[in-house]
Ligand binder design. Structure first.
Ligand code: DP6
Length: 359
């Protein structure tokens, strides 16, 4: 079993300069991560579909510097300096310092961009932190060529988690589990693990993201997770997540789309129920979120087409459905759901494989 110690490095060489470019996708949770302990340890296990089109592409240059006292880095977003992203990155470097002691030897220039519209309300922290963690691992591989492929990806996920919990699910695999669960022997609180036993019915699953509200997040995820401390329903919720994880992994293997829908929609509503019943309390759905949910239920009942929804900590709706009903569902979205989207905007995505090293 891999433990935290395995991610420390003692022997590594030094190089003058290196640059890499990596892409990492976003992911959409089926069983939600909501609540965490010290050091980015999740309060419950979660599972997600890795996306394909919503990605962050990050270029990083490492140049050897004189002093090693502090981290030094520049951050560019779409080629332009972006000061307000820097505190989050600094915090990330501080959290991973113990595992990547070499980072302080370099001045680091990070240039990042997203394939999805900025401020679309789509979580960019998962793809962003996963892409950055991958670049760090590319450097580590260069200065420590003995690193095995297995440890490379596990550590990439481990580092990504320290940046943003859900980011550890964006490294490798179409379906990823993060968090200890007794039904999955390899599962870990430290990194995401690929769930491979996927039935044909879930291959190429589609996710169309309806942009209901592109405004700034009302609740940051850090504040959100904290709301699960002293939450009156927390313990039951964490138990339920364990049960749902065990159930959904079986369903993903057996191919039962009807049962899949029940768990996925219940998880989305539970996430929002937790927010509505915490102190302080929040309603992150908008009237149009509910309109869309009701339309999906009506369409599903009337047409017998297996389409369902899930939600993040916001008002946008992810519409999930098998590839073989794509034409029908896209037509339904255009005819009946686009009116509820801000400026009629939506993004077509589907299950993907995870990170790529581009350069
Ligand atoms: C609602 O991963 O953004 O999307 O670890 O504080 O960065 P931090 O939180 P984050 O939380 C995501 C919560 C969620 C559910 C999920 O993706 O599982």
């Amino acid at each position: 079993m891999i433990s935290e110690k395995d991610f420390r490095v003692e022997n590594y060489s030094s190089i003058e300069k290196a640059s890499f470019e990596c892409s990492a996708p976003s992911n959409i949770a089926l069983v939600k991560y909501w609540g965490k302990k010290e050091n980015q340890i999740p309060a419950n296990p979660s599972i997600s579909f890795t996306l394909n089109n919503c990605k962050t592409i990050t270029k990083v240059e490492f140049a050897k510097k004189e002093t090693q006292i502090e981290f030094s880095f520049d951050l560019l977003f779409e080629g332009k300096p972006k000061e307000d992203f820097k505190p989050k990155i600094l915090k990330f470097f501080q959290r991973i310092e113990k595992y990547c002691p070499y980072l302080k030897e370099y001045h680091i220039i990070i240039d990042t961009q997203n394939t999805f519209p900025h401020s679309s309300g789509i979580a960019s922290s998962a793809s962003g932190m996963a892409a950055l963690a991958m670049n760090v691992m590319c450097l580590e591989k260069q200065i420590n060529p003995n690193l095995s492929e297995e440890l490379f990806y596990k550590k990439a996920s481990f580092l990504a988690r320290l940046g943003s919990g859900s980011a550890c699910r964006s490294i490798k695999g179409q379906v990823v589990v993060w968090g200890n669960n007794e039904t999955i022997a390899t599962s870990s609180d430290l990194f995401g693990v690929e769930f491979k036993a996927i039935h044909q019915n879930f291959k190429n699953f589609q996710d169309t993201i309806l942009l209901v509200d592109k405004g700034e997040k009302q609740v940051s995820s850090t504040v959100g997770h904290d709301l699960m401390f002293d939450h009156p329903y927390a313990e039951k919720r964490f138990e339920q997540a364990h049960d749902n994880l065990a159930k959904i992994t079986k369903i993903l293997s057996d191919g039962n789309v009807e049962e899949f829908i029940k768990i996925v929609e219940s998880e989305a509503l539970t996430l929002h129920a937790m927010m509505m019943t915490s102190m302080p309390y929040f309603i992150l759905m908008k009237p149009n979120t509910l309109e869309i949910i009701n339309k999906i239920w009506k369409f599903r009942n009337e047409n017998n087409i297996p389409v369902c929804f899930t939600l993040d900590a916001g008002a946008n709706v992810h519409v999930l459905y098998p590839e073989n009903v794509r034409e029908n569902v896209l037509q339904f979205i255009k005819n009946e759901l686009v009116v509820y989207c801000q400026n009629g905007q939506y993004i077509c995505d589907e299950i993907g494989n995870g990170v790529n090293q581009l350069k």
